[in-house]
Design a protein around this ligand. Structure first.
Ligand SMILES: [Zn+2]
Ligand SMILES: [Zn+2]
Length: 183
């Protein structure tokens, strides 16, 4: 059942020298069924670049490294498509233990203790996938300075100016009123 590939490890079999990665993880492996948000754009992502290592020390296994990935996104302000660079660091410790140890650890919920794995199986892609989706922001902007769209005429303020604001000058609440009653 345990499929051993370059991302799938059995901790008991990890040599003293540990393991190193400098790999590209295809996005298909990082997909999470609950996130359909990338949908058909997936082909445009080059996958995740992952550089890391697993070291075995005093009965503990420490997975450390960093990942980065360029993801096509749509700006939440101006709707433009842009490439968002995502990065993250990973620093997780594991320890082998019995299934009872795992249960006990789950009850105690000690955040700073190593994760206990009873089978010794560790899939690094699972760890990367979890970190990737934790870092995922539902709302992103193409630039902090993005000026967005005019709520009234739809013009992209990054490309020019409209005169909507002049028409509503006398009443600051006019725009709000239009939104509420004219739609
Ligand atoms: Zn924008
Ligand atoms: Zn306008």
């Amino acid at each position: 059942m345990s499929k051993k590939d370059k991302f799938n490890l059995i901790l008991q079999e990890v040599a003293r020298s540990g393991r190193q990665w400098d790999e590209n993880v295809p996005f298909a492996l990082l997909k999470d069924d609950s996130f359909t948000v990338l949908g058909k754009d997936t082909s445009e992502t080059g996958g995740m670049s992952w550089k890391g290592q697993l070291t075995a020390k005093e009965g503990r296994f420490v997975l450390q490294g960093s990942w980065q990935m360029s993801v096509p996104r749509q700006c939440g302000r101006c709707n433009a498509t842009f490439t968002a660079a995502m990065t993250g660091d990973i620093d997780v410790a594991y320890q082998l233990g019995s299934p009872e140890d795992v249960e006990q650890a789950e009850l105690e919920l000690k955040g700073d203790e190593p994760d206990i794995l009873s089978s010794g199986e560790l899939n690094v892609v699972d760890v990367l996938r979890e970190h990737f989706w934790l870092a995922w922001q539902p709302m992103v902007v193409c630039a902090e300075t993005c000026k967005g769209l005019c709520l009234q005429c739809g013009l992209d303020f990054n490309k020019g100016e409209c005169d909507c604001h002049l028409k509503k000058k006398d009443n600051p609440f006019a725009a709000l009123k239009d939104l509420k009653f004219d739609t």
